[in-house]
Design a protein around this ligand. Structure first.
Ligand SMILES: Cc1ncc(COP(=O)(O)O)c(C=O)c1O
Length: 493
C-alpha cells in the first residue's frame, strides 16, 4: 500500500510508479481512472480492527453463539470462514478478479458541475458503481459468493431482492460460474420495476414475486392476500426455506453479513488510491444504508487509515443516510433481533425496527430493511458514524439536481446521500469551508424511472415511520424471547 504522505510530493506529475495510473492533477479533469492492474488483490476485513469485539450471532434454540457448522446448510464453507475470520487482509481469488475486470476499477468522478451549480467551495467526489453490468455495487460480492459456491460443488443459489439490484447481481454472477439462481422479489418492487425482473431472466434466473406460493412461509401469507406487498424480511424467509429444503442448494445474502461487506471494500481501496493520485483526502465519506454494504465497502478502508494505521492526514467523518420511512439508525433500538420475518435466521445484534416491520412502499426498495449490519451497528453505537434520515420527496429533489448537473440519473438509494451532500455543500458555502466530500454513487436509476415519474407528477409521499410501531414490534419480540435482555454481549457497549 502506497502511503499518502509519501505520495504527496510526487502526485503532481502525470504517471505514478505504482500500477494502474494515468491521471495528472489537472484542474479540468472530471474522472480519476485506474487501469485493470489497479483492481485490489485483497479485501479488507474490519473485524480485528473494531473498537470492541463484535457481539456474536445467537442461536435462539440454544441461546448460545452460533457455531460455524450450524451455518453450513445455508452458506458455502469458505464464506462462513470469512464471516468469522480475524485476518485483516483476505486474498481475492484470481478468477474473481478476472470477472471484476468486466467493469472494475470503477471511476472516481469530481462533481464539478454540481459544485458550480451550488456555488460551493467544497470539493465533491463520487465513486460510481453504476458502471457494473447489473448497474450497482452488488456484483462485487455476488461474484465472490457465486465463485466459492461453485468451487464447493453447489448447483443452485437462492436469494431475495428488494429493489432488484441484488437479484440482478446474483443472476449475473451465477450465470458466469454456471450455477442456477432463484430469486424471491418483494412484490411491491416486482410491480414497480418489471424491467428488473426481465433483466434477471435475461441472465437465466427464475423469479417469484414474494410472498409467493412456492414456499410454506410464502403460501401462509399469499393465501390470505395474493396482493401482499411483501418485505425484504419475508423474501429472506422464503429464500432460506427454499435453500434448506433442497439438495445442493445454498442461500446468498446481498448485505448485512461481515463477508458481504468485506467483499465490497474493493470500492474504498480503489477510491483511496484514486484520491492519492490527485493529492486529495476526504474530510467526509458518505453513503446510504439499507443493510450497510455499499457504505461499509467505501468507508472501511478510510476507517483503517484514521483509527488503525493512523496514517490519515485528517480525522475523516463517516456519514450514513437512510429513509425516514425505514429509520433503523436514527430511530431503531440496539438489541438482538431476527434477520427475517419468519424468524429462521440467528438473532443478530443490530439497530432494528422489529423483524415484523413492513415499511411503507417507498421507491428506494434497497433501503426497506428492518435492521442493519452488526459491524455498522457496533460502530454507530460507539459513535464512529453520523446518521441522517431523509424523506423521499426531498431525496428525489436532490436526485433531480444531480441528474441535471452531472448527467447520471442516480438510483433512489444513493440519492439519500446526494441529499446530504448537497446540504453539506451549501453549509460549506455559508461558512466558506473547502471540505472534501467523497460519496458512493452505488447505482444508476435507469430501472427506477417510474419513481422519477411519480416525483415529477407529485405522487410521492414523504413517509415517516411512527415510533409507536417500532416500540410495539420490539415489545412483541421481548415477550416472545424474554431472555434476550439477559444476554451478556451487548452489556457495556
Ligand atoms: C443501488 C443500491 N444502493 C444501496 C442498497 C442498499 O444496500 P446496502 O446498504 O447493503 O448497500 C441497495 C440494495 O438493494 C441498492 O440496490
Amino acid at each position: 500500500m502506497v502511503l499518502l504522505k509519501t505520495m504527496s510530493a510526487k502526485s503532481k506529475y502525470t504517471h505514478h510508479q505504482h500500477s494502474g495510473i494515468a491521471m495528472p492533477n489537472n484542474s479540468n479533469n472530471r474522472k480519476v481512472l485506474l487501469d485493470e492492474d489497479g483492481i485490489p488483490k485483497e479485501w479488507y476485513n474490519i473485524l480485528p480492527d473494531l473498537p470492541a469485539p463484535l457481539p456474536p450471532p445467537i442461536n435462539p434454540a440454544t441461546r448460545e453463539p452460533v457455531k460455524p457448522q450450524e451455518l453450513e446448510r445455508v452458506f458455502a464453507k469458505e464464506l462462513i470462514r470469512q464471516e468469522m475470520s480475524q485476518e485483516r487482509w483476505i486474498p481475492i481469488p484470481e478468477e474473481v478478479r478476472e470477472v471484476y475486470r468486466l467493469w472494475r476499477p470503477t471511476p472516481l468522478y469530481r462533481a464539478r458541475r454540481l459544485e458550480q451549480y451550488l456555488k460551493t467551495p467544497a470539493r465533491i467526489y463520487y465513486k460510481f458503481e453504476g458502471v457494473s453490468p447489473p448497474g450497482s455495487h452488488k456484483p462485487n460480492t455476488a461474484v465472490a459468493q457465486a465463485y466459492y459456491n461453485m468451487k464447493e460443488g453447489i448447483e443452485r443459489l437462492t436469494t431475495e431482492t428488494g429493489a432488484g439490484q441484488w437479484g440482478s447481481s446474483l443472476a449475473f454472477a451465477t450465470m458466469l460460474f454456471g450455477l442456477k439462481c432463484t430469486v424471491y422479489m418483494v412484490r411491491a418492487s416486482y410491480n414497480q420495476k418489471p424491467y428488473r425482473a426481465i433483466l434477471m431472466r435475461s441472465w437465466g434466473a427464475e423469479i417469484y414475486p414474494s410472498p409467493s406460493n412456492k414456499t410454506n412461509f410464502g403460501r401462509s401469507l399469499y393465501e390470505k392476500d395474493p396482493n401482499h406487498p411483501g418485505s425484504l424480511g419475508i423474501a429472506i424467509s422464503e429464500a432460506l426455506e427454499d435453500a434448506v429444503t433442497h439438495d445442493n442448494t445454498r442461500y446468498s445474502l446481498g448485505s448485512v453479513l461481515n463477508h458481504v461487506l468485506m467483499h465490497q471494500t474493493v470500492q474504498g481501496l480503489e477510491a483511496k488510491r484514486q484520491m492519492e493520485m490527485i493529492d486529495e483526502y476526504p474530510d467526509i465519506v458518505a453513503g446510504c444504508v439499507g443493510g450497510g454494504s455499499s457504505f461499509s465497502g467505501l468507508f472501511w478502508p478510510f476507517y483503517y487509515d484514521v483509527y488503525v494505521s493512523k496514517k490519515a492526514p485528517k480525522k475523516t467523518k463517516f456519514v450514513a443516510t437512510e429513509p425516514t420511512a425505514c429509520p433503523t439508525m436514527t430511530k431503531g433500538i440496539y438489541t438482538y433481533d431476527f434477520g427475517d420475518t419468519a424468524k429462521m435466521t440467528p438473532l443478530l445484534p443490530m439497530y432494528t425496527l422489529g423483524s415484523d416491520f413492513i415499511p411503507a412502499p417507498i421507491h428506494a426498495g434497497g433501503l426497506r430493511y428492518h435492521g442493519d449490519a452488526p459491524t455498522l451497528c457496533l460502530l454507530l453505537k460507539k459513535g464512529y458514524i453520523e446518521p441522517h434520515a431523509y424523506n423521499q420527496v426531498e431525496v428525489f429533489e436532490a436526485a433531480s439536481i444531480f441528474a441535471r448537473t452531472e448527467g447520471i440519473v442516480p438510483a433512489p438509494e444513493p440519492s439519500h446521500t446526494i441529499k446530504y451532500v448537497i446540504d453539506e455543500a451549501l453549509r460549506c458555502k455559508r461558512t466558506g469551508e473547502e471540505k472534501v466530500i467523497l460519496f458512493n454513487l452505488c447505482g444508476h436509476g435507469y430501472f427506477d424511472l417510474q419513481a422519477y415519474l411519480d416525483y415529477f407528477e407529485g405522487r410521492l409521499q414523504p413517509f415517516e415511520y411512527p415510533e409507536e410501531e417500532i416500540r410495539k414490534s420490539l415489545e412483541r419480540l421481548k415477550s416472545e424471547l424474554p431472555w434476550i435482555d439477559q444476554l451478556p454481549y451487548l452489556k457495556n457497549l
